[in-house]
Design a protein around this ligand. Sequence first.
Ligand SMILES: C[S@@+](CC[C@H](N)C(=O)[O-])C[C@H]1O[C@@H](n2cnc3c(N)ncnc32)[C@H](O)[C@@H]1O
Length: 274
Amino acid sequence: MTVEELLVFGKSEIHSDHAKIILGEILNKNPLELLNYLDEKVEEDKVKKYKEAILAIKEGKPLQYVLGTVNFYGNIFQINQNVLIPRFETEELVEQTIEYIKKYFTEPVDIVDLGCGSGVIGLTLEKKISTKSVDLIDISKEALKVTNINCGNLKSKANIIENDFLNGIQKKYDVIISNPPYIKEDEEIEEIVKENEPHIALYAGKDGLDCYKKIINNLPNNMKERCLVAFEIGSSQGNEIKKIIEEQLPHTKVIIKKDLSERDRMLFIFNNLE
Ligand SMILES: C[S@@+](CC[C@H](N)C(=O)[O-])C[C@H]1O[C@@H](n2cnc3c(N)ncnc32)[C@H](O)[C@@H]1O
């Protein structure tokens, strides 16, 4: 089949932009360039791969899992259904955290990314700031296989650790960052997310706060004297999490920040930083 025939087939099954993105990925071309190759014949194995991808999307699989890669903060990360699809809000969390690290730390920092999944947060920080060590922690063996691939692809020196957040870890960090699961057990979420993304990456008990509580409990053991803690949060959870922190760590300063859509999506703890 030709490029044109494949695009016509794709358009008849799914959104034409998605069909172009998939064909572009399979042919290793920018989707916008495909129009220059309409008459070109496509090899049989690539036609098969393309058709399978189109049908997977038609059946409700997210485009990112079909492609198997995402661009996060300028780097390409591999993903599969064992890890969360990285979100724009998480790029905002990383961006804001980089700003704070540059403001408050002059020496290379010890960082831990809790619930690292594909590794997007910790590995991006490793690329963008000066680090002494980067620890990537997740409880899911399958997720950590993906972390490991991304560490290799990005030539990272990060340590991959299978663990229940900070439980039993003695090391102290300058920066503790996490986008933990934070959806309430009975919360209605988009079908495409519920059906495809790992539930261990999404749900966190009745009030959605189980993971924050667990992490906050351990903070006194794992924060250095000067420490920044950065959390992605659900848009209605800021004040509840702030209250828990203020009860347990009364000497810290807590700030809730909005994302570009004006929703409370980030929470920062400053331990002796100002
Ligand atoms: C919302 S996902 C975030 C993934 C990635 N950091 C990102 O931002 O795209 C949460 C991650 O936490 C992990 N996780 C869940 N419970 C955990 C626990 N008790 N200890 C460590 N990791 C956990 C899940 O396996 C999942 O990879």
